[in-house]
Design a protein around this ligand. Structure first.
Ligand code: CMP
Length: 386
């Protein structure tokens, strides 16, 4: 693996590798630090020393973004879509992609400062903050998810929006009829009455425009109740859309991980989908104590990548990719028999105790295979066919 491939892997936003995740966290912290120091610089009452420190930190953050841009440009040919292109073409492709443009915008403060065109001070602060907030948005894991939810639920959202429009226009028209003569400045035309309709329908109720007639107030009451219904409808559509999309993403990810564990290789598609629903993925850095001897057993673990060491009185046993551990406490209903510590960064699939027993009822052959391995580990004689 070349250095460029390794760095591309670390910068890949879809990577679940421990180091890549940590790098993403560091990057988000650096962006937040930059936004905070730039914002702090706009406070008039800030002491000169603190202002100076904030300006220095802002400069460092801007320089880091500049270096990051160059590194991302350098590794761009490693992307899967760029494999067929020349390095120059793939770099150009990255530069004009949404990611490339956002990263380019984020280095404008560094370029402007370096060229002397701007001073990191209050006058350019708002521009810096906006550009860096944009960069922060690309790191928010939910942005793509939100876009997919809106896309998936577009017909339901369009129906709710149509309902919204119907209530707004009909209530503005009614309010115009009923209140137009009494309050011509607020209800004299339908467009003017729309402000009241929107404020009332969204249940914001600024109180700047209020119907005075009894009929107008009755319309107002109905619009408020309609507002609650429409907002509840929108919240329901988005909440179920989110839940379904998160479940889908999780399912695909676990499915991919399960495919890497040889233990599940002979399991049929229906059984696998049952197992996938029950597993959760978890990452550990090297040296993490996953299980401690004597603790109650609440789950078992399948190693997808990495290796762990089981600390036994008779010596340490290493378990690597495709192996599992933590089964004994569940099978024997006893506390953990040994400490288990990761020796490399690990990705694991975790099966909790409730799902373990349910799976034992539905997939007895799987649990029998786990039991057979546990017997070997305990040193019990394995009876063929048992
Ligand atoms: P559990 O007892 O739940 O927690 C410690 C785990 O270490 C245990 O389950 C097994 O999965 C694992 N383990 C215990 N003894 C051995 C062994 N001899 N070889 C490999 N793994 C073991």
């Amino acid at each position: 693996m070349t250095l460029r491939t390794r760095i591309y892997g670390l910068l890949d936003p879809s990577s679940h590798e421990h180091a890549a995740r940590q790098l993403r966290i560091v990057e988000v912290l650096v962006i937040l630090l930059g936004i905070s120091t730039v914002s702090a610089g706009t406070v008039d009452s800030l002491a000169p020393g603190a202002r100076m420190t904030a300006a220095v930190i802002t400069g460092i953050v801007a320089t880091l973004f500049f270096v990051e841009y160059l590194v991302r440009l350098w590794v761009a040919p490693e992307s899967a879509v760029a494999q067929a292109d020349s390095p120059l073409r793939s770099r150009l492709r990255w530069m004009v992609s949404a990611e490339g443009i956002v990263n380019l915008l984020a280095i404008i403060p560094a370029l402007a400062t370096a060229s002397g065109g701007a001073r990191i001070g209050a006058e350019s602060a708002s521009v810096f903050v906006l550009l860096w907030v944009l960069k922060l948005a690309t790191h928010a894991p939910g942005v793509g998810l939100i876009a997919r939810v809106f896309h998936n639920e577009r017909s339901a959202l369009a129906a709710a929006a149509a309902l919204f429009a119907i209530v707004i226009f009909s209530s503005a028209t009614l309010a115009h009829w009923l209140e137009g003569d009494k309050q011509p400045e607020h209800f004299g035309s339908i467009p003017a009455a729309l402000w009241w309709a929107v404020v009332t329908l969204t249940t914001t109720g600024y109180g700047d425009t209020v119907p005075l007639s009894t009929a107008g107030r009755m319309v107002g009451g109905i619009v408020m109740v309609c507002g609650i219904c429409v907002l509840a409808l929108l919240a329901g559509i988005l909440a179920t859309g989110f839940a379904a999309e998160v479940h889908r993403v999780q399912y695909v990810r676990i499915w991919e991980l399960v495919a890497q564990v040889p233990f599940f290789a002979d399991t049929g598609a229906v059984a696998i989908s049952d197992i996938v629903e029950r597993l959760r993925s978890r990452s550990y850095p090297a040296g993490a104590n996953v299980l401690r001897k004597g603790e109650p057993g609440d789950s078992m673990y399948f190693i997808v990548t990495g290796s762990v060491e089981v600390k036994l009185a008779t010596g340490n046993r290493t378990l690597a990719d495709g192996s599992f551990f933590g089964e004994m406490a569940l099978l024997d209903r006893r506390p953990r028999s040994a400490d288990v510590v990761t020796t490399t960064p690990c990705t694991m699939l975790v099966l909790n105790v409730v799902d373990f027993y349910q799976l034992a009822g539905q997939q007895p052959q799987l649990i029998a295979a786990i039991e057979a391995e546990a017997k070997l580990r305990r040193g019990d004689p394995v009876i063929v066919g048992s």
